[in-house]
Design a protein around this ligand. Structure first.
Ligand code: XMP
Length: 512
């Protein structure tokens, strides 16, 4: 395993992604991690990430000095390279040659991490993002590659196995970047690249058994990928000590609740409480039009109903959650300031402290695509594993204005048609999320000989890697007009369809 110490770069997570893709287990910790904890973790090598600070400022972050004294290979990237150079006695200066984006480097020598990739004398494309640069190397180091702006673009101390890059090997804009990292982990650190989902599954099951013992566990199912995979994994580990609770707010997509119930009860034999609370949710949502108001009502009711159900089954010792790695990485914030709440997210996770259950979070080391791989490893159906993300408050935030059962039914029909056409066209997996929104606007239309006056429906489809930013999916016009015509013809209550072509930012993916 490899330890990544984070100095707050925007792309630190990508280092972990690249390593894990190559079958090397790694974790990201803040640079402030203490020495004892690092020794305990017992890594085969350490990677120092980039970061926004400047080593030339007195107070700027440093790696724990022990990192360089443990006899382990170390690779510093960008800020990490400068911190390493500075801490080992080299010199770093604020550069007048700032380099951002694509750059070319001249390879002037060979070293372990360029082996089989870059030959002496070649010119290679890399991605740079730095203001400072090293001006004097620490003792023991030599230059392997240089660019115009950075004479020390790649440096190596072969004896101590220390390497440093000015550029970012973890981003795709550095074509051989992933392979350089793999050389570091495999050739230099001696990792075998044999970390697989099969291995993770066995380890995770052993860990769950050790943590839970004879205890009872409840798990809130939402129908989404994360809680579903967590539930199946837990069931494999502890069988009937697990009970799942599915709070059905009546705002799921067509057929979804039935699918969740049948998959978990019939296929996986998991004890499942299915509470249909749609009347309660819809009654409380009546007359509410404010988006945050809707989110708060749904969040509160969800907790109330969940608590009621868990009391009915006599409580439990543990609460299982499908928390993922991006939620638990202790982040090093570049600004230190709190961020603005754009939307109050509702997740199964937000249960009140007074429930006093210990947490079981079997997915907390995994990224989203790794959770999917684990689901496949566990034999879960593709319909659940590959499903587009769906927000906790469900269709309520896709019905701007008041949510009623009737409007939810109309929206579900339109949504089903849109997704059917997307699947037929073979586009489902190329799209991050696709859905319809029922607008609180009526428009005039003509059908046959009659005038219509019905609601407008918007289609939304985006590509994204993490939901933080998103691009509009570029359907061809033929596809869009086919969907529009089907919706207007088949769904009573909609007579006009529009396509939302706003990216995120400035828009958000959901409308509320
Ligand atoms: P926005 O609309 O903020 O959404 O661009 C980003 C991603 O988050 C999903 N989303 C939610 N997921 N609970 C969730 O679990 C929520 O309350 C929630 N609100 C939005 C949204 O579908 C998109 O994938």
């Amino acid at each position: 395993r490899i330890l990544i110490l984070d100095f707050g770069s925007q792309v630190t997570q990508l280092i972990a992604r690249r390593l894990r893709e190559a079958g090397v287990y790694c974790e990201i910790w803040p640079f402030t991690a203490d020495e004892a904890r690092i020794r305990d973790f017992n890594p085969r090598g350490i990677i120092l990430s980039g970061g926004p600070a400047s080593v030339t400022e007195g107070e700027s972050p440093r790696a724990p000095q022990a990192v360089f004294e443990m006899g382990l290979p170390v690779m510093g990237i960008c800020y990490g390279q400068q911190a390493m150079a500075h801490q080992l006695g080299g010199q770093v200066e604020s550069g007048h040659h700032r380099e951002f984006g694509r750059a070319f480097i001249e390879v002037t020598a060979e070293c372990a991490i360029t082996q089989g990739l870059w030959a002496k004398g070649s010119r290679e494309q890399v991605w740079m993002s730095h203001g400072d640069r090293i001006t004097r190397l620490p003792e023991g180091f030599r230059v392997v590659a240089a660019s115009e702006g950075a004479p020390f673009a790649l440096i190596a101390d072969d004896r101590r196995h220390f390497y440093g890059t000015m550029f970012h090997p973890e981003v795709v804009h550095t074509p051989h970047g992933a392979a350089l990292l793999k050389n570091f982990t495999n050739l230099v650190c001696g990792c075998h690249g044999d970390w697989t989902m099969g291995a993770f599954r066995a380890e995770a099951i052993a860990r769950i058994r050790a943590q839970v013992g004879e205890g009872r566990v409840i798990c809130g199912l939402s129908g989404g990928v994360d809680s579903s995979v967590a539930a199946v994994l837990l069931h494999e580990a502890i069988g009937d000590q697990l009970t799942c609770i599915y709070v059905d707010h009546g705002l799921m997509r067509a057929g979804e609740s039935e699918q969740v119930v049948s998959t978990f009860r019939d296929r996986f034999n998991i004890k499942l409480v299915h509470r249909d609370a749609s009347d309660l949710f819809l009654a409380q949502l009546a007359g509410v039009t404010d988006p945050e108001g809707k989110r708060k009502i749904i969040g509160r009711l969800f907790i109330e109903v969940f608590e009621e159900e868990q009391q009915k089954i006599g409580g439990a010792d543990f609460l299982a959650q499908g928390t993922l790695y991006p939620d638990v990485i202790e982040s090093v914030s570049a600004t230190g300031g709190p961020s603005v709440t754009i939307k109050s997210h509702h997740n199964v996770g937000g249960l009140p402290a007074h429930m006093r259950m210990k947490l079981v979070e079997p997915l907390r080391e995994l990224f989203k695509d790794e959770v999917r791989a684990l689901g496949r490893e566990l034999g879960m159906p593709e319909a659940i594993i590959g499903r587009h993300p769906f927000p906790g408050p469900g269709l309520a935030i896709r019905i701007p204005g008041e949510v009623t059962r009737e409007r939810a039914d109309i929206l579900r029909q339109a949504d089903t048609i849109f997704l059917e056409e997307i699947r037929l066209a073979g586009l489902y997996d190329a799209i991050w999320q696709a859905f319809t929104v029922l607008l609180p606007v009526k428009s005039v239309g003509v059908m046959g000989d009659g005038r219509t006056y019905e609601s407008v429906c918007a289609l939304r489809a985006v590509t994204s890697t993490d939901g933080m930013t998103a691009d509009v999916y570029p359907f061809d016009m033929g596809f869009l007009t086919r969907v529009a015509s089907r919706i207007v013809n088949e769904v009573r209550g909609i007579n006009r369809v529009t396509y939302d072509i706003t990216s995120k930012p400035p828009g958000t993916i959901e409308w509320e």
